[in-house]
Structure formats: structure tokens, C-alpha cells
Design a protein. Sequence first.
Length: 652
Amino acid sequence: MLIFLLGIGSIIPADMRENAEKLQKFIVEKEAKLYMEHPEYRKFMSVPDLKFLKRMRMRKAEVETLNVAVLRVEFLEDTTSLTTGNGKMQLEPFGHPCDTVITWNEDSTEADTQYVRNLYYDPPHDSIYFHHLMEYLHNYYWTVSHGKLFIKWDVLPKSLDSSFTVPHKMTYYGDPENYVLGLFSLLRDAIEVADPTVDFSQYDRIIIFHAGSMWQTDMGDSPYDLPAVFIDGADQLFDSPIIADGDSITGGVIYCETGFQDNMAAFLQGGLCHEFCHALGAIDLYDTSGRSMGLGGWGLMGTGNWNELGLVPPRVSAWHRYYLGFEEPVVIDHDTTGVEIHWNGAEDSNAVRLIKIPINKYEYYLIENRYVYINPDTVHYVNPCTTSIDSNGARVWKDNVLVKVDDYESSLPPDLYKGGLAIWHIDERKIADSIDYNTVNSGWPKGIDMEEADGIQDFEMSLMDMSIIDINALYYGSPLDVFARDAFLDSFTPNSEPNTNDNFGNRTYIRITNISESGPVMTFDIHFDRRLNNFPVDLGFPTDVVSPVPYDSLILCGTLDGGVYLISMDGITRRVFQMPESSYTIPAVYDVNSDGIKEIITGDTGGNLYILEPDSTVLDSFKFRRIVGSPLVVDMDGDGHAEIVIGSDDSK
């Protein structure tokens, strides 16, 4: 029986549950193998569109509206077994929309008959079907962006059963040895065929729904099925963009009419949201190298697009909400008790849903409250055999297509009305180094790493490790991954497992304690042991290899670019001097002129030695060969007056 019919628990019935776990594992391994064999594909497939990312971040209006052209595309008809279908859209339904469930009373004398939705049923793939898929996409992003992204669309051609027909069979575009060329050729041909009747200048994005199934769900008998993917870079592949109505088009989402094949049910909603997120500027957060999992089913851009067989993807990750401009975190950098954080579905504009805790210049934690919720208020029974709209507080089906879920967190690992704090360790240094290659969560450290509260770092385990016991925790996640008093761990400290060390293993002395029970609103305390308020300070350039040194009650610090700084205990920073060359040596402190004020003696690699007053006055300067040693102030000849000793690279 479909438990989700009552608005409680999973949308997937028990007989599909095993298939859901197999599907996630199968697709992850298949995509990893593809990228290992063809690393050059990463340049064009599933790459973030940074143009829209910039637009989203710089938007002036509260709501950004995105207009999407949805092209229905068929191929020339064929009879080959190398692809799924015959190149034409499936306009006839497959199966029956209803199943009959008979429930007997305790003594088996009376039976109650109910009709429930048959998830194996595949409705006709006409314009209504694709309109409902786009309705799901719209509802998903309107919800997860908290009303900041509004998607409008036109399904084209506008007639019920029509499609644009490209000039080749599907095998022409689906050559397994060159998917990139095939996908871009399909994009180009579809635009050229549609151009006479479609004004592409009206649209910001293009989605192509083509006849047939997807490469991801093919078990091997139809190798020319096309990958369902976002592509970008037509201007690089073809040496010029695709031009339509004066508009330069470089990419789009290529998606299939169905994911069903080979006795495997795979729905399109989650994958469509995932690939469209690339069109918004998002990156993959699963391990694209195929060595580990990244962040599993906890985020749309991990493997969460396949949660519930693709029907109910979770929200985008905390980092993506921040990165895409959907949400601005509250920064906490000092001891604070009773911090409140609301679950991601909280609609109050004043609710804090995302918290940022700085670690150092490049690293920080993002904390969110992941809570598995389904609206219990308006659940009721609707016979799916007799109505085209089946709606309750938990979900909405239209013409046998799921168009809305309340809430998308309902597919997360914890039980219903349970959850906890998800703590994400963000390393902007790793992100900057690997974002162009779509490998942010490949290797170690990960750019966006989940601190798994049970201490078992499932998402960092090798997929090749045959000793792994809990495969589901590895590919999807576990309820024990989040922190809560009623979960596995209710604190995150230097001594917990996992701990709050930075990615170099240095202790941060950050303590997150007193974490409450899971719920729509959670609380916790945070302490920065051994850290003064307003620290760390950012000098704008890495410090040299041997600073800082004390200067009375101040901190004297140099930077590699030759800067000399004094920092007070409350974090106020003042640049005393800027040397023309870089510096690697310890500055000396000594009252050179006996005026009761200590001077700063420092040198740079250009051979310049300076004696500085703390008010930035240059008391004196000298020129040597390249200085390689720190200045030393000492009475060398015993005459009661100190000399300055410095080492240079001429052995003097």
C-alpha cells in the first residue's frame, strides 16, 4: 500500500524500495565510470553556468524571473534495439493508473476496498505531461529559494501531441564514444528546426525533452540512449555560439521523456531539478571522480536527485543556498548561548535558517536544521481512478504527474518529524582550486564536507571498499549524520568524533554544545575557547613564515608582501609600513635611540633594512644585498651601545 497516500512517510511503496536503493548506486557508479573514461566531458557536461550565477547574485528585485523555452523533440523513426523506443514520443499510456488494495478486518469477515495510485503507470507524453513536469520544477525552486526565483515556461510546440523533428535518428546523437558532440548537435538541430516558429530572444533558458529514455537508467541493452544532462560551451565546441533570433545560445538542459526502462522505475522530477540547477550556476557535490560519495542524498546536487526514485529530491545544500543567493547566513563569531535555528521550510521572513561560523580565512561551518516534515493537516483520500487532480496537504498529483510536495525534506534519511543540525565544513580554498573542473567534492579535503555526527564518515569511504556494511548509508545517508539530543551526538567540539579541527589538523577550539532535540526550531550554544573577540583578523595577504612577535600589549606581524602591522587585543589593525619587497624574517623590537619608545627593525628580500617608529616614521634605512636572516640587536663590543646584526646572501 502507498503509505504516502495518507501523507505519512515515504512516497515509494515497499515493493519499490529495493529498486530505489539499487538505482542510486547504479547511476552513481555508471556516471563515475563515464567521467573516468572521458575526463574531457567535464568541460561541457554538468558544468555550472556562471553567467546566470552572476545575474542571481546581482539582482536588484526581490524576485528573479526566469523564462524557459521547453522544446519537445522527436527523432527520425527507427527500429534499432540500440535505443529505447522508436524515436517518437510515447503518446499512449502504459499500464493502469490505479491499484486495488483490499484490507480485511480482524476476523476476516468484512473487507474494505481502496484504489491507490500505481506508480508504475506512465501517462501519455503530450504537452500536458511536460507542462506538469515544469510545474514541479517551478514549485521546487519557488519553495527552496524562499520566493526568490520564479520560473515561467512555454511548452513548444503548443499543440497537444506535436513535437519538433530533428533530421537524424537517435543513434546519430547517442554515439557512446562521443556523447558531447551528439548532445550539442541535438541542441543545435532542435533550435534550428524550432527557430521559424519560436522567438528565442524571449527566453533565458532552454530545456529539450526528447523521445526515448535516459542513458543513466539503461542496464546495457540500449547504449545509444542519451545522457540526461545540462550542457554548456557550444561556442567552444563549434567555435561559435548557436544563433537564433539574434540570441547567442551556448547550452541547455537535454532531458528524456521517461526514465522507465529495463524493469526499473525512475522518475524525472529530481533529475530535472538537478540539471536545471547547473543552468543556475550550481556545481555537482557528489564525488565526480567516483572514489567516494560527496554528500549523498542530503542535497540536490549530491545524489539527492534520485531520492524516492527521483520523485522527491531534497532541497539544495546549505552552501548552494548561500552561493546562489537564495539565503544569507547569520554570522556568529563570538561566544553565544541559546542560538535558535529554524528548519529549512520555515516561512517567517525573520526566521534564521542558516548560520555561518568562521574557522579561518578560508574555512567556515554552515549550520542548518534538517527536519523531515509532511503537512499533516489536510490529508484525505482521493480515488486516483476518478479524478485528474489528487491533492492533499502532503502532495499534489495532476493527470498522474507529481507536481508538488510539502515538503522536499520528506525524502531525507531521518524518520518523519525527526532530524537535527547538519554541520557543513566549507573550504573555499578547495572550491576555488577545483570549481572549474567540477571536482569540488573529489579527493581530500572536500570543498563541502558533511560532519557526520555518528563519527563514521560514510561519504568519505571508497566506493571500491568491499568491507562496507551499510551500503545505504554510503550512497544515501543515515539519520545518525545530524546532531541532536535525541540523535547519536549532541555536541561538536575539539574532542568529539568528528571534531572541530580545521583541514590542516589545527585545533580551532570551537565548541558547539547543548544541542536541543530535533524539531522545527532547534537551539545550541557556541564557544570560541582561546579566541579573543574580533579574531581572526584578515591582513589581506598571507603572513610571513615566522611572525608574529609581541610589541608591548600589541601584536607585531609581517606579511609575505612586505607589510608590517600592529594589531591590538580587540582586533584593531594598523599597517605601520609597506616594504617594497617580500619578507620572510622576524622583525626585532628595541629602543634604538633611547627615547623610551621601542623601534621596529625589519628587512626585506631586496636588501632593505628599516628602523621604524610605531607611528610609521622611518627613523633610518640601509641597503644590503639580499637579506636572508632576521635582524638581531645586541651589544657586540661591550661598549654599552647595541648594534644591529643582519645576515645577507653574500656570506657577510
